[in-house]
Design a protein around this ligand. Structure first.
Ligand code: NDP
Ligand code: OXD
Length: 309
């Protein structure tokens, strides 16, 4: 039986080599060279063509190359009975934590302000403050949010986190559930979104939420574009409720060339690159789940489809 690899963004050769080091006998089929669809027992995928997974009659498990599975779950034809495992990988986690730190430092050191001043040849100082003067809030304290929070704490920032259930992370003030969202937001300098995209979190970055932040806060969305109500962000930037935003993810990707975010003076755009799995480390989980599938053991990091993450 074979494992299918299908991703427009990941290097199939690097993944094949990393998987073969762990599973020398693995029959890996790289989309679109599937061979006989009846051979495919599991699929390792990122943004597979809709309907592809439903067309594999002997598929027993789906392994996501991404931590977020929202796009997979949007495919109405996705076989409902199959286990769907998301990516949890130390290189993905470390690169996301690093990305959060870099944006936190940029805002903490007012680099967004100096970039705007440079465009006007303006020489105006803001005296640097210690990291403890900057409060950073992370929405989503899962694999990625918790690691980012720890790195921010280690740097000396004041860190708060918001999740569905309360967490114990040293140095992090934990808030849980909708009723604790307002106190979580009330005193933040920088808000970072690392939530999964679900029915509950879609559109959560909206005007009501921005109004609960202190005026002049900055926003970093590294999760999914559909968390953000785009018009509300533009309104909050215009009114000064938000001072600046960094967006890595968008409702439509690639972000269309005519989209106003590209040229907005107070929005930084990055092309969905906050974090990626290295095949060398990501293959560890895939190989383990493949082994478990063959042995009939429970798979790791299976998504709760009712919860959506
Ligand atoms: P996890 O599933 O490990 O963590 C999700 C966190 O969000 C949990 O703390 C969970 O709370 C919390 N959460 C979920 N729903 C709610 C809710 N309704 N209210 C409050 N908190 C909620 O996910 P990861 O950390 O691995 O990944 C997070 C997301 O990051 C992915 O889904 C993906 O969208 C995005 N991502 C983006 C990348 C990029 O390059 N831009 C790369 C990788 C991921 P609880 O712990 O209580 O369940
Ligand atoms: C992911 C992503 O979910 O890359 O892993 O966005």
């Amino acid at each position: 039986m074979a494992l299918l690899f299908a991703s427009p963004d990941d290097d199939p050769i690097a993944w094949r080599e990393a998987l073969r080091r762990r599973l020398p006998d693995l029959d890996l089929r790289i989309h679109p060279e599937i061979g006989d669809p009846r051979d495919i027992e599991a699929a390792l995928v990122w943004l597979p063509p809709p309907g592809l997974l439903a067309s594999l009659p002997n598929l027993r498990a789906i392994f996501s190359l991404g931590a977020g599975v929202d796009r997979l779950l949007e495919d109405r034809s996705l076989p409902a009975h199959l286990p769907l495992c998301r990516m949890v990988d130390p290189s993905l986690t470390a690169s996301m934590a690093e990305c959060v730190l870099v944006h936190a430092l940029r805002y903490h050191r007012d680099l967004d302000v100096y970039e705007a001043q440079q465009r006007r040849a303006l020489w105006r100082l803001r005296l640097p403050k210690p990291p403890s003067a900057t409060r950073i809030g992370i929405m989503g304290l899962g694999e990625l949010g918790a690691a980012a929070a720890r790195l921010l704490v280690a740097h000396g920032f004041r860190v708060k986190g918001w999740s569905r259930t309360r967490k114990r992370i040293e140095g992090v003030e934990s808030f849980a559930g909708p009723e604790e969202l307002a106190p979580f937001l009330a005193d933040l300098s920088v808000l970072v979104c690392l939530l999964p995209l679900t029915a509950e979190t879609r559109g959560i970055l909206n005007a009501r939420l921005f109004a609960r932040l202190p005026a002049g806060a900055r926003l970093v969305n590294l999760a999914r574009g559909a968390h953000l109500v785009e018009e509300d962000l533009v309104g909050a930037l215009e009114s000064g409720q938000l001072a600046h935003a960094t967006l890595d993810v968008f409702r439509e990707e690639p972000l269309p060339p005519t989209h106003p975010f590209w040229s907005h003076p107070r929005i930084t755009v990055t092309p969905h690159v906050a974090a990626y799995s290295l095949p060398e480390t990501g293959a560890e989980l895939v190989a383990e789940n493949w082994r478990r599938l063959q042995a009939g053991e429970p798979l790791l990091h299976v998504v709760d489809r009712a919860r959506g993450y």
